[in-house]
Design a protein around this ligand. Structure first.
Ligand code: HEM
Length: 407
């Protein structure tokens, strides 16, 4: 099978075949689709169990292997830092940053999808890499915006665009290296961000691996959070009855409470966010290389072969979900007959042990956007009937023009 040019056609062909072939099949002669929930969980658990971060440059130059650092250690470091950042004060700062971005554009006609991507990037950058000068932040953001534009665009950019992006990428890498180096030498203040713990690990990790680690987080905040915010806005516009339910709930809630007990603080809003992430989980496909051999029913995946995973296809599987194409947050009510069958069938943040480390923060941010839409801004969409959801690397609303005005 060849990959159809259009990502949407490719995805619908995968959905069709997945239904016919019980979720596991060769997509082409190189890639195995693992879209059956339990198999996806098992493959992920085994494949990443001993994942190690190597220093590629040092390996090459010294012609030897650098000391092993296990990925689980990097993740534990991120999770400890994120736990420390999950305070009322830090979440109030995140919400304040979101307000600043939206206030600055209040009343302006704008592409709402791009506005949501900007919102995610500007509000999350200080969590990933804080204390940047305006110029440094601009370079890092530009790099992430160009990466995202390439992933979202239906047509590939020309050679000139690629060369420009490579130049920006190199400059962004230099910014990250400089920040880490200066923090290590005491020439720049330490920050409560996800990069900072790796300053102390520099002697062991080396600069290249530290850069890889920081780049992983930057790439992670540069893609899914913005498209998820845009998808939330899309469903908000399409469902006035849910707007009313959210407004009724959120008028009296302090959004800082979302960080500890989202379901208790705002149960309707939490269900709404969960359903947005079920319908429109980014990224649509994850491409992985197998490190071990797996027997998956009648199919064998050998070490070194590629496989595809997809939260989206699992969330739209009729064997797993009742009426999967219908937006209905109440399916997340406890005991709802059309709810998730088990934990393996709802995976918007991927699979352990590579699961998204920012999942809690992401939920807080999505709920905070609901709060802002119901209390601080009024959303106007120019032609609601023209807005469509395009499936690129992630779901992205198109023809989504309008404005947010302050209430
Ligand atoms: C709605 C927002 C978000 C969504 C839908 C999302 C989704 C995902 C998914 C599907 C993965 C891949 C998991 C896998 O490979 O199995 C991932 C990885 C990751 N995410 Fe998120 N994410 C979001 C927000 C965030 C935020 C806010 C942060 C950071 C503060 C973050 C940090 C990361 C990191 C560092 C990884 C890589 C984990 C690893 O390689 O071990 N994400 N995310």
């Amino acid at each position: 099978m060849t990959t159809p040019h259009h990502p949407e056609d490719f995805l619908s062909s995968l959905r069709l075949r997945s239904a016919q072939e019980e979720g596991i099949f060769w997509v082409d002669d190189q890639r195995l689709g693992v879209f059956e929930p339990e198999a996806a969980r098992r493959v992920s658990a085994a494949n990443w169990h001993r994942f190690v971060l190597h220093d590629r440059l040092v390996d090459m130059v010294r012609r030897r292997r650098s000391p092993e650092v296990r990925w689980s250690r990097i993740r534990a470091t991120w999770l400890t830092r994120l736990h420390a950042l999950a305070t009322a004060e830090q979440h109030a700062l995140l919400i304040r940053r979101m307000e600043r971005v939206l206030d600055a554009r209040a009343g302006q006609d704008t592409d709402l999808t791009l506005l949501m991507q900007d919102l995610a990037l500007r509000s999350l950058l200080p969590v990933a890499l804080g204390g940047l000068t305006a110029g440094e932040a601009e370079v890092v953001r530009r790099d992430l915006e160009m990466k995202l534009a390439r992933l979202v665009s239906p047509v590939p950019g020309g050679v000139l665009h690629q060369v420009r992006h490579m130049a920006v990428q190199v400059r962004a890498g230099l910014v990250v290296r400089r920040v880490l180096r200066q923090r290590a030498r005491g020439r720049r203040g330490r920050e409560p961000d996800l990069a900072d713990p790796f300053v102390d690990l520099l002697p062991e990790l080396g600069m290249d691996r530290a850069l890889d680690v920081v780049t992983t987080v930057l790439t992670a905040i540069g893609g899914p959070p913005g498209t998820a915010l845009a998808s939330l806005l899309y469903e908000f516009v399409r469902h006035p009855e849910w707007q009313r339910r959210l407004e009724a709930e959120l008028g009296a809630v302090d959004p800082v409470e979302f960080r500890t007990t989202p379901t208790r603080a705002a149960p309707v809003t939490h269900r709404f966010v969960k359903e947005v992430l079920r319908m429109w989980s980014p990224p649509l496909l994850l491409v992985r290389r197998s490190t071990l051999g797996f027997d998956l029913g009648g199919t064998r995946l050998e070490p070194g072969q590629w496989y595809l995973l997809s939260p989206h296809l699992i969330h739209r599987d009729e064997r797993v979900w009742e009426r999967p194409d219908v937006f209905d947050p109440d399916r997340f009510l406890p005991g709802a007959p059309h709810g998730p069958a088990d934990r393996a069938s709802y995976v918007p943040f991927g699979w352990a042990p590579k699961k998204c480390v920012g999942a809690n923060l992401a939920i807080v941010q999505l709920m905070a956007l609901c709060h802002l839409l119901c209390t601080r801004y009024r959303l106007t969409v120019d032609r609601p009937e023209a807005v469509t959801m395009a499936l690129r690397f992630a779901p992205v609303p198109e023809n989504f023009r309008g404005r947010l005005t302050l209430r």
